[in-house]
Design a binder for this molecule. Structure first.
Ligand code: CA
Length: 228
């Protein structure tokens, strides 16, 4: 997954670049608006993180130029100011989401993931994974069907989103907070045990009747799906 980071502040570049690389993203950096337009126009990124304040063109202009050029890559705009006007003009210029500096890296990550899931209207971006599979557990993103072997498993929409979230990162432990952000949105619900409740329901449906258990609890950390 390729991310274009457009930012002229080296501290933020370092912080974001390091964090995203650790999460497995390939990051390219543009330090000016013109460079961003040139790189963004190649259409090879899944997400563009775009700072509003740049030395030449500002983030809004970059956004407009890309959109006018037919580039629909999801854009997450960053700004130092938190005003409604900034937010409105940012979104009107074609950005998909908006975040105020300073921000927590976890929030940036959650927003990138949401943007990547939401894309699809875009022409040059890759379509969503149609099917995810771990062992004999298969989730179809188009028909919204879940099967284990030949058995069709009925899930509620939230259970489906939770399973999809876990299946996208097989073997990787996701914390309750991450799951909450990805499945329930960013609303920081202090009652993260909603995650535990849903995990229990999901486990009953996908694992209880089978010898090979896929949904694992990693005590003190969170949950993961794997076939080992
Ligand atoms: Ca800046």
């Amino acid at each position: 997954m390729r991310v274009l980071l457009v930012e002229d502040d080296e501290r933020i570049v370092n912080f974001v670049q390091r964090g995203l690389k650790a999460e497995g993203y390939a990051v390219e950096v543009a330090r000016s608006g013109l460079e961003a337009v040139a790189l963004g126009a190649e259409g090879k990124f899944q997400v563009i993180i775009l700072d509003l304040g740049l030395p030449d063109l500002n983030g809004r202009q970059v956004c407009e130029r890309l959109r006018n050029g037919g580039i629909h890559t999801p854009i997450l705009m960053l700004t130092a100011r938190d005003t409604v006007q900034d937010k409105v003009t940012g979104l009107r210029s074609g950005a998909d989401d908006y975040m105020t500096k300073p921000f927590a890296f976890e929030e940036l990550l959650a927003r990138i993931e949401v943007l990547m899931r939401r894309r699809g209207a875009g022409g040059e971006t890759k379509p969503e994974t149609k099917e995810l599979q771990i062992a004999d557990l298969i989730l179809n993103g188009e028909t919204h069907e879940v099967r284990r072997g030949d058995t069709l498993i009925e899930l509620t929409p939230k259970e489906f989103s939770l399973l999809e979230c876990l299946m996208r990162t097989p073997g990787k432990v996701l914390s309750r907070t991450r799951i909450l952000e990805q499945v329930w949105g960013y609303s920081s619900d202090p009652l993260t045990n909603v995650v535990d409740v849903y995990i229990r329901q999901l486990r009953r449906k996908i694992d209880d009747d089978y010898e090979l258990k896929l949904l694992k609890t990693v005590r003190g950390f969170g949950y993961k799906l794997d076939a080992s």
